[in-house]
Structure formats: C-alpha cells, structure tokens
Design a protein around this ligand. Structure first.
Ligand code: KG4
Ligand code: ZN
Length: 377
C-alpha cells in the first residue's frame, strides 16, 4: 500500500511583534520557518508599540508568506490548508494575519483553520529541527533533545511562559487543554522585560537579562519567591519586580509622580548589574520549578499522575530554565519536551503544527473567522 501523501499546512502568525509564516508537513516536519522580527522598530521605546507593530505586519506579511512557500519549494496551490493564530494578541496585529489567511484560503479554495497562539506554544516541542539551523544552542542551554517520535502522551502537564502569558495546563490532547493556573499579575516574560528596564540592560529584555545573569552571582542578593496559597497553581511576579526595583534604586522618597529614588541604575557597575540579574533569574526559575512540582504532586494526589511535561513560549529560550527543567525531568523520571531554540519565540511553524490536529479531525473555520484579543482559556 502506498503511504498517504503528506499534508502541507501554511501557518501565519502576527499576534505581537513578529511577522511569521511557515509550511509544516503532517504537523511536525518543518519545511520552512520565516520570522521577520520587529525588534529594531520597538527598541527605542523599550516595549512593543501596537500601532507600529500592525503597520509593520501590513508591510511584511506578503513577502514573508512568499518566502515561506519558496523555502518549502511549494506553490500556493500545493497547500492543503491555511492556518492562522487568531487569538490572543494585539488586535491590530492579529487582524493583519487573519485577513491574509482568509484571503489565501478563499483564493485557493482550501480550509481556513484558526488556532490559539498560547496553545500553539505547547505544540512547538513536537516540531523537527529547522531546515537551516540558523539558531545555535548556547553551550549551557541543556541537551537539545530530538523531538519525540510519538506525539504527546496524555495527560501531560503543560507550562507556557511567554511575554503575555504564564500558565499551567493539563493537556488531554493538542486541542483539549484544561487550565490549572495562570499569573495573577505579570507574565514571566513581561517581568523579565521590566526587570531589564530597571537594570538598564537593553532591549529585548529577556535575552539581555539572561546573558547578563550568566556573568553574575545569584547569591549576591536575596529576592522574594511568591508561592501564593499552599495549593495554588497561580503565579505572581509583580512583588519580585518591585523588590528588584527597590534593591537597585533604594526605597523611594515621596509618592506617585513626586517619588524620587536615592539611586539610579546608571550608578551600577557591570558586575553589580550582573549580580542583580542572576539573583532575579534564580528567583523566577525557582518559582517556576516549584510550581511545576506542586502541580505534579497535586495531580498525583487527585489520581491523575503525570509523567510528561511539555513547555513552550519565549522564556523557554532561557538558559537556566532549560537546564532546571531537564534536571527536574531526571530527578522525577519525567519526560520533558522543550522546543528547539528556533521555536521558543513566536513563530508560525507551531501554528501550522497545531492546526494539523484540527485538520486531521476534519475541523475547519468559516471564512469570517474573527481575530480575538483575549484567549478563551
Ligand atoms: O512567546 P513570545 O515570543 O511572545 C509572546 O507570546 O509573548 O515570548 C516573548 C517573551 C519576551 O518577554 C522575552 O523577553 C522573553 O520571551 N524571552 C526571554 C528569553 N528570550 C525571550 N526571557 C528570558 N530569557 C530568555 N532567554
Ligand atoms: Zn507567543
């Protein structure tokens, strides 16, 4: 019997500040993965400016999609479906990707499949290494494991750590995620970005702070770890961020707009900056690991033992987090799937990959698929 021909899905992702398109075969094999980053446009503002982001998406979406098809060696007519991350995100940015996907699906007469961007981050670990391995793993990023040959065994515990989200899920299937906990204030990536501003570490904050932390002494400062109620699987990072601010600049004198800090970040030497970054990074990762362990213990008590952890989102690029997740896996005999570094940050391969699960189940959306700024779970 001849094997069934591969299913080729084009994914489009424009939820924040990356314009991305990718072609993925059978939900796992990445044939192309194009990401046009807007970092240089937002760097002067030290954060994403929504209006600038949506304008840049409009300019870049068409060449990015063309490039993804060319890199995959396919014509648009070879596609079996068009997928798009239609939620959650910046509404003006999402609309660009959704409109492009609607137009392509209509013109080609192919199904349109919308997926949740946050859920797609949990599919990233299933993707094969990028076609051109442009992203080299740093020496201490932990072993780059080959993506599993079988897809996620269920149930698995899912951790999403990104700039907009920090959540734990019980993964029953790629499209059936049960929320267990989420941040009640800042997302981890957001806390990293704000900590980088406090330390004047540059933009984008997460990777800058990660690099700085590797030169510092995490024991030089004691920063708080917020664990919330003993059985809570929610997260809180705003107290840690404020503790860092006061440790760096001293306690403010005065209130509100009149508040004045005794010191400035510019007063720090590079080694001092690195020590603060290392202490911050250790506090963040300690909390993430402790919450995962808490979730595993609670699930075991509830007769839902989990032997598989899937992580995703921009912060899974973090060197210490990758290392500690693998350590945890070894200590608790837990299978740990972390995305290749090429798929931690926002990308369209994860969108096309997750869409394949819906496509295989015969699901599709109508051409009036909406862009939704908030997630449903
Ligand atoms: O998943 P992502 O690309 O976008 C969202 O869906 O939000 O995540 C971006 C976030 C940013 O906050 C960025 O600072 C953070 O991921 N990030 C990192 C690292 N690389 C990116 N945070 C810590 N360490 C890193 N190496
Ligand atoms: Zn994301």
């Amino acid at each position: 019997m001849t094997p069934a021909p591969a299913t080729h899905i084009l994914g489009i992702e424009t939820s924040c500040d990356e314009t991305a398109a990718a072609v993925v075969a059978d939900g796992r094999q990445v044939l192309s993965n194009v990401v046009a980053s807007q970092h240089e446009l937002h760097a002067p503002y030290r954060g994403v400016v929504p209006e600038i982001a949506s304008r840049a998406h409009v300019e870049r979406i068409e060449p990015v999609v063309r490039q993804a098809l060319a890199d995959a060696g396919l014509a648009a007519a070879d596609l079996d479906a068009v997928a798009v991350g239609n939620r959650p995100g910046l509404i003006g940015s999402l609309l660009v990707g959704v409109s492009a996907a609607q137009a392509l699906a209509w013109a080609l007469g192919r199904p349109l499949i919308g997926v949740d961007h946050v859920h797609a981050h949990l599919h990233a670990a299933n993707l094969t290494a990028p076609p051109t391995s442009a992203v080299a793993a740093p020496a201490d990023a932990g072993p780059e494991r080959v993506p599993p040959t079988t897809s996620t065994t269920s149930p698995a515990l899912g951790l999403v750590v990104s700039g907009g989200h920090t959540s734990l899920y019980l993964i029953h299937s790629p499209t059936n995620l049960q929320p267990l906990g989420r941040t009640i204030d800042d997302a981890v990536g957001e806390a990293y970005d704000k900590a980088a501003v406090i330390l004047d570490a540059g933009y984008p904050g997460g990777p800058r702070l990660d690099a700085l932390a590797q030169r510092g002494d995490p024991g030089a400062h004691k920063l708080p770890r917020s664990m919330l109620e003993p059985d809570s699987l929610d997260f809180s990072f705003s107290g840690l961020k404020t503790a860092l601010l006061y440790a760096v600049r001293g306690h403010p004198v005065g209130r509100g707009r009149d508040a004045r800090f005794p010191r400035a970040a510019a007063d720090l030497t590079d080694p001092q900056r690195a020590d603060f970054a290392a202490a911050f990074q250790l506090a963040v990762v300690d909390v993430l690991i402790a919450k995962i362990e808490r979730a595993l213990d609670l699930l075991a008590q509830q007769a839902t033992p989990v032997q598989h952890l899937v992580a995703g989102g921009g912060v899974t690029a973090n060197s210490l987090l990758r290392h500690r997740l693998h350590q945890l896996g070894d200590a608790r005999s837990l299978r740990v799937d972390i995305p290749h570094l090429a798929y931690c940050l926002d990308n369209a391969a994860m969108i096309a990959g997750l869409a394949h699960a819906r496509f295989a189940a015969g699901e599709a959306d109508t051409l009036d698929l909406p862009a939704l700024p908030t997630t449903t779970t």
